[in-house]
Design a protein around this ligand. Structure first.
Ligand code: PMP
Length: 436
């Protein structure tokens, strides 16, 4: 049991009352392992929070951070620059699909979401179409917790407490009944993108700024796109002059066995939002990467040279320590060819996860890359309790996974070995059996 007084930290996305009765305290981490405050080894089955694909305790990142702290611990990002920010931007340009070449830094996925939405509206205003302000998200989408993000997001539980947001419509999600237990991308569901045409018919394209989706939905429980779905969405956006934003906070930097979800699924959007794996989760950082036409539009129409083309940014945008962490983390990702490793091992991971198909309470399993989720059948009247119990059962067995809504979510580190994956899946199976 921990020595710390647990009273005063109001924990995020946590049942505080339950936690404080039965705390789960993480003490240290190394590779794919955590150690808790009881000295138990805990296998990290979620790469932190979709953040730490390279594994914990990477000396390359720690060294880069330490060196950076000694050289330049902070620099104001408005009107002043430092080399690291430009170096990381150039690296990101190389890793992102062409022609997404211009990098705007944030500190989180939520900030990336709201930054991209503001960027889209400002872009249309500069193009002389100020009426293009509407956003279209998707049911079950997650774009963080700021007002823009929860408005385009499609998870009611995240929005219903908070009143008026930003006006947004939502496409249907793609979890069709016939897609249950499909391995990888489902064949059925591309037609659901056509609902965008209906929303355009309703509102008129002249009022719509952007469509925002996760190429593979993550937080709602790993929903890979149906074959052809993202292509269809893109076609409709192009035909109607609507920007397409991919929220790649989870899919960016390897999770899908490609550098981006855009690469994995073969569709290039106008804007890609990232965070999490960008620094291996070690330092908070996000980045919004824009199509070169968007950047050039701001530069052309941004007024006199000393004027701000985009009056937006954060005190900690392009933080030197975060940039150093990002450079080091991306170097490790590339040098160790970990994206290829995910691509090569993804089907092994997926098949392994689907062995849980006949376990009690499992009503669906989905997988792609190094990600997977189980939908858990609810207790009558208590839809969220069983996933909580499963995650707690796993914690007691020495495994960390995420529960969210009616799902259990898994995201092995890119460096996780087969026997570790096997022990994770078998512990999940045991936990499901024990609950029966
Ligand atoms: N977008 C997506 C797709 C995410 O998965 C997340 C976080 N899970 C966010 C945005 C929000 O990121 P953050 O928690 O860093 O604000």
């Amino acid at each position: 049991m921990s020595q710390a007084n647990l009273e005063y930290h109001w924990m995020p996305y946590t049942g505080n009352r339950q936690f404080k009765k039965d705390p789960r305290m993480i003490h240290s981490a190394d590779g794919v392992w955590y150690t808790d405050d009881r000295g138990r080894k805990i296998l990290d089955g979620h790469s932190g929070l979709w953040t730490t694909g390279l594994g914990h305790g990477r000396p390359e990142i720690a060294d880069a951070i330490t060196r950076q702290l000694a050289q330049l611990d902070y620099a104001p990002p408005f009107q002043f620059g430092h080399t690291g920010a430009f170096e990381l931007a150039e690296k990101l340009k190389e890793l992102m699909p062409d022609p997404l070449n211009y990098v705007f830094y944030t500190n989180s996925g939520s900030e990336s979401a709201d930054t991209s939405l503001k960027m889209a509206r400002a872009y249309w205003r500069l193009k002389g179409q100020p009426a293009k302000t509407r956003f279209i998200g998707r049911s079950k989408g997650y774009h963080g917790v700021n007002f823009g993000g929860i408005s385009v997001g499609g998870i009611a539980a995240n929005r219903r407490h908070f009143g008026q947001g930003v006006e947004a419509d939502h496409l249907p999600h793609t979890m069709l009944p016939e897609n249950k237990f499909v391995h990888g991308m489902p064949e059925t569901g591309a037609h659901l993108a056509d609902d965008l045409s209906e929303l355009i018919a309703l509102h008129d394209a002249s009022t719509i700024a952007a469509v925002i989706v996760e190429p593979m939905a993550g937080s709602a429980g790993v929903i890979p796109p149906p074959v052809g779905y993202l292509q269809r969405l893109k076609e409709i956006c192009v035909a109607n002059d609507i920007l397409l934003i991919f929220d790649e906070v989870i899919t960016g930097f390897g999770r899908c066995g490609a550098m981006t979800g855009s690469d994995a699924f073969g569709v290039v959007p106008d804007i890609i939002n990232t965070a999490k794996q960008l620094t291996n989760g070690v330092i908070p950082m996000g980045a919004v990467i824009a199509h070169e036409d968007i950047y050039h539009t701001f530069m052309e129409h941004g007024g006199p040279e000393y004027a701000l083309e985009f009056p937006h940014g954060y005190t900690y945008s392009a933080h030197p320590v975060a940039c150093a962490a990002g450079i080091a983390a991306l170097d490790v990702l590339v040098e160790e060819k970990l994206v290829d490793r995910v691509a090569a091992e993804a089907s092994y991971w997926g098949e392994l996860l689907h062995t849980l198909r006949d376990k009690p309470h499992v009503s669906d399993i989905r997988n792609y890359g190094f990600a997977g989720a189980l939908t858990i059948a609810p207790y009558p009247g208590e839809p969220l309790r069983r996933p909580f119990e499963i995650a707690m059962g796993l914690w007691e067995r020495g495994f960390l996974v995420r529960y969210g809504g009616d799902t259990i979510q898994l995201a092995p580190a890119f460096v996780m070995e087969r026997p570790q994956m096997e022990s994770l899946v078998s512990a999940l199976g045991e936990t499901l059996d024990a609950l029966a």
